[in-house]
Every structure is written in structure tokens, then in C-alpha cells.
Design a protein around this ligand. Structure first.
Ligand code: PMP
Length: 428
């Protein structure tokens, strides 16, 4: 067992002054059996070092953004140079233009972009823009998908296509919940039924094209195409939330891989090299609905700040290196095989969803294709696995719903060490 005594001390102090000891609830170990979360001291490449001096091979990647590792020299150089030349001006800079061009070049559905400070802000604004553009109010979303922490998306399913949503967080008004309809992902007929009933009032449907928030789940063949067709038949817009999926599977958005084009897209995480970032974009006609050109207001003192812009540019430059996505996918496949093999060897029902350099282990005996399948997996077993892996020096997400991410800094040695850790963790 690793010594976590210093970490626990920090955890006890943290609890007194920070709610739950964490600045985002997903960092708590509540879902994996409790205890203080490990307090990390520094990161280097693919490794994290905690305050007790333990080293971990990290697959959390800070919930996605750390695709080039914790301190890639190219990103560090950009951040240093940005810090030395002024961290914030409140005026346009050339960096914003360069970064906007890189994104619009990489993602064909997007002619114009706006930068925000987080994925939440990006998604929130796409909803406002869609409402302004369509002059409608209702939003459809898919159950279990996460779109940030603004009121409208903290709403879960009603009891079927005939009802609107109910809030899933205190502080979200009934009025807000009534503006949202939630339907099961990968279920065309439910979506069609909802749109037949409410379609003329729907401004947009919000979709994670590949789900990253109940593990990793791919769309069924034809699902996204049908969503596009039905949505457009009813005069509504399709918004892709690519906060997790952008630049995760290839240099660009998941929409390009899948060949399905939304009207608006929200970005975040990996595009910022680890600095706070979000962005949204789409065709000129829709984007020009945004102030100062149009009626949809969106702003931000820190939006497009020089630190995030230069880190983001550097991160995308690193991601253009040939072969890196293939390598990340190869490593993820090796870990998938190791997890499946360990499941068989120790008779623990194990299902792995792997897409490119991301993978999710589910402790279950059935396929995971929608949210209900994921809910129905063994959380206790995941908690045990999470803690056993931590003891072996492997840092994962403390939730059965969050994927493992390969970064460009992982090496074959790291993968081999992780395979051994998997075998040990399953044997316990
Ligand atoms: N959309 C998706 C798909 C996400 O996974 C997240 C964050 N987990 C968000 C939006 C919100 O992004 P942020 O935490 O940067 O506000």
C-alpha cells in the first residue's frame, strides 16, 4: 500500500475551507468508496507525483485536456512567452486570429469561432445562439450526456416523449426544467416521437456525437444521420458538444471522422493545452447572430486571453505530428486487451469500450450502448479496481463513468507497467 499520510493531511485541511475539499465534485472519491483524494504535487510528461512522493502513470489527463502531457516543452515555451509579454490586454491580439484560423481550417463545419473560458460557457452560448437564430425556446438533449454546469443542462429525463424534463440539481427552476426534453441516446424512434410532438418549438438538439460522459460510447450506425434529418425537418438546429471529443481521436473534430455535420459546435478541453478554454463556432449565417453583429449576447473579460490562446496554438501544433493518433489508439487497444484478458482470467464480467486513444472499463456482462447500460454497471467493483490501481501507481478517474485517456507522452514501458497493474488489481 502506498503511503498517503501527507495527502490525507492536505485533504483534511482542504475540507475545512473548500466545499467537499474539491473544486469540482468529480474529483471527490465519494463514488469509489470514499477517502481523501490524492493531492498531487506536480506533473511531468505522463506522470503525476503526489505530496507523499508517490509516482503515478496518469490516465485521467485532467478529464481530457492533457493530451500532450502535463508539461510539453512546446506548450511550456508558449505559456512562458505569453506570461512574459503580458497576460491580458482586453484588446484583440494576433494570437486569437491565428488560433481561430487553425480551428476553422481543421473543422469544415466552422467558418467563424468565438473563444470562451470553459466548455460550459461554450455550450451555453451555442444554446443561446440557436434560440436567437430560430426564435424558439425548447432544447432536446440525450440522457446521461453532460454539457457543463449551467442550469439548462442540469435537467434529466421526464417520463417519456410526452413530458418535459425535471431538474437534477438544486437551484434549477421548474421553469428552466420545462424548457428541456431528454431522450435516450442511440434511440432514433424516441427522438422522432419527441420531435413530432414538440418539434415546432424546438430551437436545437444538443448531442455529444461520441459520448464521453457515461464512459465512451459510439453512435449506432445511422443514429447521428437520423438526428440531423429529423431535426432539420422540424426547422431546428443540431449542436454538437465536442468538448471531450475535439482533437481526441484525430486532428479535428469527431464530426469529421463520423461524416455528420452539425449546425453549431462547442469545443473545450484538448484545444487549450491544459489552460482554461472553450470555443464555439459554425457557419457565418448562424454565427453572425452573435453580438456585436447580432442579437445574441456573449462576452468574457478573460475570453481569448493570451495565455490560453498561445498554449492552445502550441498544443495543436504538437498534435499535427504524424503518427501520434495511431500510437495513442494502439496503446488504448493494448490496454483494452489487457482488461478483457484479466476479466476472463479472474472471472470478473468486464466490458471495454475503446475508441482511438480513449477507453472505458465497465464491470458488467452486457454491452454498453446507452446510458441505462452504463448505470447498470458495478460501481462497487469499479471503486475496488480504482483503489487497487492507485496502489499500483496508476491514476484513473474516481468514477465508473469517466474514461481512461492515452496521451502522446505515454510510452510502451508505461503501457507494459499498466498491464501488470491491471492483472494485479483484478487478482485482488
Ligand atoms: N461538455 C462535455 C461533453 C464535457 O465533458 C464537459 C466537461 N466534462 C463540459 C461540456 C463542460 O466543460 P467545462 O468543465 O470546461 O466547463
Amino acid at each position: 500500500k502506498l503511503d498517503h499520510s501527507k495527502s490525507n493531511q492536505v485533504g483534511a485541511e482542504a475540507e475545512k475551507v473548500i466545499v467537499g475539499g474539491v473544486n469540482s465534485p468529480s474529483r471527490s472519491y465519494k463514488a469509489v468508496g470514499g477517502g481523501y483524494p490524492v493531492t498531487m504535487e506536480y506533473g511531468d510528461g505522463a506522470y503525476l507525483y503526489d505530496v507523499d512522493g508517490n509516482r503515478y502513470i496518469d490516465y485521467l489527463a485532467a478529464y481530457g485536456p492533457i493530451i500532450t502531457g502535463f508539461n510539453h516543452p512546446h506548450v511550456v515555451k508558449a505559456v512562458k512567452s505569453a506570461a512574459e509579454t503580458g497576460v491580458l490586454f482586453g484588446t484583440p491580439t494576433k494570437h486569437e486570429v491565428k488560433f481561430a484560423k487553425m480551428l476553422t481550417d481543421a473543422i469544415p463545419s466552422m467558418d467563424k469561432v468565438r473563444f470562451t473560458n470553459s466548455g460550459t460557457e461554450a455550450v451555453m452560448t451555442t444554446v443561446r445562439v440557436a434560440r436567437a437564430y430560430t426564435n424558439r425556446e425548447l432544447i432536446v438533449k440525450f440522457s446521461g450526456q453532460y454539457h457543463g454546469h449551467f442550469d439548462l443542462v442540469l435537467v434529466e429525463a421526464g417520463s417519456g416523449p410526452s413530458t418535459l424534463g425535471t431538474n437534477s440539481s438544486g437551484g434549477v427552476t421548474v421553469g428552466t426544467a420545462r424548457e428541456v426534453i431528454t431522450v435516450p441516446y442511440n434511440d432514433v424512434e424516441s427522438y422522432r416521437a419527441v420531435m413530432e410532438k414538440w418539434g415546432d418549438q424546438v430551437a436545437a438538439v444538443l448531442v455529444e456525437p461520441i459520448v464521453g460522459n457515461f464512459g465512451m460510447v459510439a453512435p449506432k450506425p445511422g443514429f447521428l444521420e437520423a438526428v440531423n434529418e429529423i431535426t432539420h425537418q422540424h426547422g431546428a438546429l443540431v449542436i454538437y458538444d465536442e468538448v471531450i471529443t475535439n482533437f481526441r481521436f484525430h486532428y479535428g473534430a469527431a464530426q469529421d471522422l463520423l461524416g455528420v455535420i452539425p449546425d453549431l459546435t462547442a469545443f473545450g478541453k484538448s484545444i487549450g493545452g491544459g489552460l482554461p478554454i472553450g470555443a464555439y463556432g459554425g457557419p457565418v449565417e448562424i454565427m453572425d447572430t452573435v453580438a456585436p453583429l447580432g442579437p445574441a449576447y456573449q462576452a468574457g473579460t478573460m475570453a481569448g486571453n493570451p495565455l490560453s490562446m498561445q498554449a492552445g496554438i502550441a498544443c495543436l501544433e504538437v498534435l499535427q505530428e504524424p503518427g501520434i493518433y495511431e500510437r495513442m489508439a494502439d496503446f488504448a487497444e493494448q490496454l483494452r486487451d489487457a482488461l478483457e484478458a484479466a476479466g476472463k482470467k479472474y472471472s470478473i464480467p468486464t466490458v471495454v469500450n475503446q475508441i482511438g486513444g480513449s477507453l472505458q472499463v465497465y464491470f458488467t456482462d452486457h454491452e454498453v450502448k446507452d446510458y441505462n447500460d452504463a448505470v447498470d454497471t458495478d460501481a462497487e467493483r469499479y471503486g475496488k479496481f480504482f483503489k487497487a490501481m492507485l496502489d499500483e501507481g496508476i491514476n484513473l478517474a474516481p468514477s465508473k463513468y469517466e474514461a481512461m485517456y492515452i496521451t502522446i507522452m505515454h510510452t510502451q514501458e508505461d503501457i507494459d507497467e499498466t498491464k501488470k497493474a491491471i492483472d494485479t488489481a483484478f487478482s485482488k
